[in-house]
Design a protein around this ligand. Structure first.
Ligand code: URA
Length: 185
């Protein structure tokens, strides 16, 4: 059943729905404007996020903020969350049972924020939200509409740290997001 923000935040407080609860320091619930038109969904917290309890505050997040600055987008205009709210040890990918156990929280966040646009950051977010048949290389930069929400899959910002060439794609994809945001507002 749909929860209010208060109920949702309370319900996750001591979450032990999956084994990630045994190794986490902090639950990384989500951050930003709770009425945002644009929502960003990442994979899961890294070490910095686990320590601070906030998504995308590490190296990948800083790179993402730089991209926003270039485009004149404010982090405060967005709502940012992850597929899993607790850090997978050693930054491994979240396992299927972990993502499944956690998705209900994210679904509730999406219902409460009511974003018009959701940016899916990387393959894990893409596959868990739109389906396993989607691949990030073929899907990135292309709009997908589902149940009245526009989805833009793009590279995970950590991928930009490994491959400089992906930065251009990432900026272009966010440019599309910004254009669409202006168009529908
Ligand atoms: N990578 C993610 O997918 N999410 C974060 O919050 C940080 C790094």
């Amino acid at each position: 059943m749909l929860k209010t923000w208060e109920e949702l935040e309370k319900s996750i407080e001591n979450c032990s729905r999956c084994k990630l609860c045994t190794t986490r320091q902090n639950i990384v619930f989500g951050v930003g404007n709770k009425n945002a038109d644009i929502m960003l969904i990442g994979e899961g917290p890294g070490a910095d996020e686990d320590r601070l309890g906030e998504p995308f505050v590490g190296r990948a997040g800083k790179l993402m903020n730089m991209a926003f600055e270039m485009l004149g987008m404010e982090r405060e205009e967005l709502y940012i969350a992850n597929i899993v709210k607790c850090r997978p040890p050693g930054n491994r990918n979240p396992e299927e049972d972990e993502a499944l156990a956690c998705l209900d929280y994210l679904r509730n966040q999406v219902i409460l924020v009511k974003p018009k646009i959701i940016v899916l950051l990387g393959s894990i977010a893409l596959k868990n939200i739109l389906g396993k048949e989607y691949g990030i290389t073929a899907s990135r930069g292309k709009w997908v509409e589902k149940k009245g929400i526009l989805y833009m899959p793009t590279w995970h910002p950590a991928a930009l740290l490994r491959d400089e060439a992906k930065k251009i794609d990432f900026i272009r994809d966010f440019q599309k997001v910004l254009e669409k945001y202006k168009e529908i507002n």
